[in-house]
Design a protein around this ligand. Sequence first.
Ligand code: Z2T
Length: 839
Amino acid sequence: MTQSLPTVNECPIQIEDDRTGMSVDTLKRAFADNLFYLQGKYESFATPDDFYMALAYTLRDRLLNRWLKTFKTYVENNVKVVYYLSAEFLMGRHLGNSLINLHVYEKIRQAVEESGLNLDELLEREPDPGLGNGGLGRLAACFLDSLATLEIPAVGCGLRYEFGIFHQMIQDGWQAEIPDKWLRFGNPWEIARPDQAVEVKFGGHTEMYHDDKGQYRVRWIPSTTAIGIPYDTPVPGYDTNTVNPLRLWRAEASDDFNFDAFNAGNYDGAVAEKMRSETISKVLYPNDNTPQGKQLRLEQQFFFVSCTLQDIIRIHLMRHKSLHNLYETTAIQLNDTHPAVAIAEMMRLLLDEHGFDWDDAWRVTQTTFAYTNHTLMPEALEKWSVTLFGYLLPRHLEIIYEINRRFLEDVKLWYPDDQGMLARLSLIQEGPEQYVRMANLACVGSHAINGVAALHTELLKQDTLRDFYKIWPEKFFNKTNGVTPRRWVLLSNPKLSELYTSKIGKGWLKDLDQLRKIEAYIEDAGFREQWHQIKLENKQKLADYIWKHNGIAVDPNSMFDVQVKRIHEYKRQHLCVLHIITLYNRIKQNPNIEVTPRTFIFGGKAAPGYFMAKLMIKLINAVAEVVNNDPDVRGRLKVVFLANFNASLGQKIYPAADLSEQISTAGKEASGTGNMKFAMNGAMTIGTLDGANIEIREEAGEENFFLFGLTADEVYKVKAAGYNPSEYYSKNAELKAVMDRLTSGFFSHGDKELFKPMTDSFMHHDPYMLFADYQSYIDCQERVSKVFQDRDAWTRMAILNAVRMGKFSSDRTIKEYCEQIWNVKPVPIQLEEYNQDSA
Ligand code: Z2T
């Protein structure tokens, strides 16, 4: 349908329609049109939320032609598609990102300003779509950005939670949770597709029967049905025409079921059943790295997996006669084990609904699936009680037993005398209560297994998944995480981005390695001064935010020492607190002592049921209250806890940080991705040799990284030899003083009990070994303070550090997945000539 525009003297006539045109005038007209016809408001009665909505629709319209053309191209060319299955997608706000990826930021700014409004204020009206907990969910979102930017056919598949991660408030120093009503004003970014609804069955029992060829088959007679409705959100690539879908499923009650019950006079029963079905996609479980093992969570997992697989099969069969070649059109990635029940559901669909025999079904499954592991924490490995699993999914449990029987037969052939091996590899954990091990299911059902940083993958091979590595070394890959430089540098840090682009052009945005060209400017004093001024401006903006939200005045010239991430003992926010108390004690002992002024900034949510994490938040706020108000401190130390850390707040914080705290116990953090966002924005890292920190240090150069603490290997050895924290306490006077201050009730208005659960853990059994790393951390922080006092030396280090982070673009990560795991290639999208770069 390519249509040439008429020309006069070779100059094409401009035919812009109000839904695709990119000129400032057209944008203004579209904005006004959407305010009137979609929001139903005159300008004089419109609220900032109305203006935001009108602007969001203006951008959505401009994504739609690209989106539909992308889909059409995929179908017509029968391309291979990646389906990224994830229980979480932490997308962050869409509006600013669409402005960036469609290259209309400046034009929209002008259009909005000429309409008498302020763009930054409108951007702040968008609720942050928080359908994730932390790193795992945000990684999925960065991957979708890179997939679209690299023009890879891909679909994000997950749940459309009505309530995302809770909103955090701080009351009397404690975390309080408020429900996240992100859909309250409607969601302009999604399109519901009720025509593509599917049924998902639960419960009941199974029966044997003979099929028409006389073969034994199994029939599942489920007891309940839910309906899945897909909601699609466009995911635009940067500087491409590709717009891929994020397809999230909402659960509804099945009509017939309710109707039957209703007609039979069982009104209450019908309503209860309806409620139960709709509860499935109600709320995100707020646990990061510690599963809860609740029935509803398994229902959520199976629900979105079953919807997604039915969809995948429908799309494949549009173009193919059978499913035997599924791997030619489809790669399915399991984002941790949350969607791992897909292995059993795919087997069921192939066996029971499509008449496959076992071996064919298993080959199709194994060639299609791949699995990413995100944690080494043993308590975070998902397992479901066999009783619960069989009650909810009786047919899937049978299939898992059969997968296991055949798998263990093979293992017995390979390792005839190794009972331990058999027990460890089994999909079923034996004991007084049997459990289905989801990581084992994911490993046997996939052709590829990967960790998310070099050390993490090594530890998986040596420890967590050692036996699988022994039998299938060729299945293991490392795919070090990355983050998208579009959201985390260009959108978050426009001034720094402008500086880069003025020196080396825009190439770095799609090829982050090009930032190394900036190293040529390191001896340019003017450049270093510009860099420093940008950091200072970013810090001033964050200082304003802190003043507005916390009422604490902080000095932008002090070092912004930042730890933002989920609150977890293994991440050791409390080690940072021990450092603060150490500095405070030094000041109390000698108020005239020289200290490098620091602003300690914390942020992060605690799982509502994780007592120790909530106590850590209380501790930070308790120490803040004392330190911020002690006249002896003379404002040289400030402690700030920013409430409700999320993607949007991250965008304000990373660009303003001087020091990035990445201080997990070595061997505990699989990768980390905040570490990358800080470094790209010119913060120096203080960190352990854990997760991706190791690779960050390798890229930055060891002279540009503040390293401390035990290695993963040393942690293991100290533990094996018997870790005795009280020894560190009695031998280290400064540590002793810190602990005594904490246990004395000094920070808790005399209450000696408040922090006792935490201090007892430090002193007696602490699995995270704070005391073992304490002195090394304090010494390292002293080096940090020294270097910071030499402003120019610090700036040089920060610049080198930032421009050497090319490896940590999620574009690099995604290219590796495409080539080594998914076997997919870019598919450029050609727009109709009419719509081509109107920008
Ligand atoms: C999560 O955010 C992570 C791991 C999980 O394991 C679960 C959740 Cl919700 C089950 C994080 C890791 O802790 C972090 O190190 C990593 O960078 C991130 O996933 C992305 O891989």
